[in-house]
Design a protein around this ligand. Structure first.
Ligand SMILES: O=C(CO)[C@H](O)[C@H](O)COP(=O)(O)O
Length: 237
């Protein structure tokens, strides 16, 4: 599986051009991209990256990829990031690694978002992977009740759990927030659910990426598939 992830990352690297400003994703697949990009930078490629997490920042620095911020530059040419699920409309679930907030800010600031993944991530319907929802710890009970109401309005339901880190303590995001993972099974209307979750005050961000991904590079046993999204970028929630 790790080999497939690296193959997808290598294919995405072919889209990188000299002088590009790049969003650098988070997760095991995106890490391959950062490592391969570092190898190209070492042989003269000129790019600059904006990392989507402190982990990716550390990886990029280790690999020699020059970094900047969205305060210093006004747009990104392309973001390359992984995903937990991708559906045929290019709706995504992201946030398995807890970086969904910065990932979404960076993707939204990019002209293109290429999703790199092994092909098990390509699914007919989103929802088997628990949906990460980044929340403010204050008033969490009220926020959870509001999320349950949003689920009911959007025709989904399921258990929610505050994410724990490996040491058993609550997982805290780079932004200092918590994550609630929701086991929904099948999300019938991802754009509708995204809109409903975005309207809840205690929700900082959610892992539904709607209208952000432009293409997917999927690596599987039978090779690599590059799938382009037909609709133009811009209907993101
Ligand atoms: O959204 C993410 C992190 O917040 C990751 O891109 C997603 O979890 C996929 O990770 P991996 O490449 O390790 O399977």
């Amino acid at each position: 599986m790790d080999q497939l992830k690296r193959q997808a990352a290598a294919r995405a690297l072919e889209e990188v051009r000299d002088g590009m400003q790049l969003g650098l994703g988070t997760g095991s697949t995106a890490k391959h991209f950062v490592e391969l990009l570092g190898e190209r930078v070492a042989t003269g490629l000129k790019v600059i990256g904006v990392p989507t997490s402190e982990t990716t920042r550390a990886d990029a620095m280790r690999c020699g990829v020059p970094l900047t911020t969205l305060d210093e530059i006004d747009h990104l040419d392309m973001t390359v990031d992984g995903a937990d699920e991708i559906d045929p409309d290019f709706n995504l679930i992201k946030g398995g690694g807890g970086a969904l907030l910065r990932e979404k800010i960076v993707a939204a600031a990019s002209d293109r978002m290429i999703v790199i993944a092994d092909d098990t991530k390509w699914v007919p319907t989103l929802g088997k992977f628990p949906l990460p929802i980044e929340v403010i710890p204050f008033g969490l009970g009220a926020t959870r009740r509001a999320i349950e109401k949003a689920f009911a309005v959007c025709g989904v339901s399921g258990q929610m759990a505050v994410r724990k880190a490996k040491d058993g303590h609550v997982f805290v995001t780079d932004g200092g927030h918590w994550i609630v993972d929701a086991q929904l099974g099948c999300i019938v209307d991802p754009p509708g659910l995204a809109t409903a979750l975005s309207a809840i005050p205690g929700v900082v961000e959610h892992g539904l990426f709607i209208g952000l991904a432009s293409s997917a590079v999927l690596a599987g046993g039978e090779g690599i598939r590059v799938i382009e999204r037909r609709k133009p970028k811009g209907d993101q929630v």
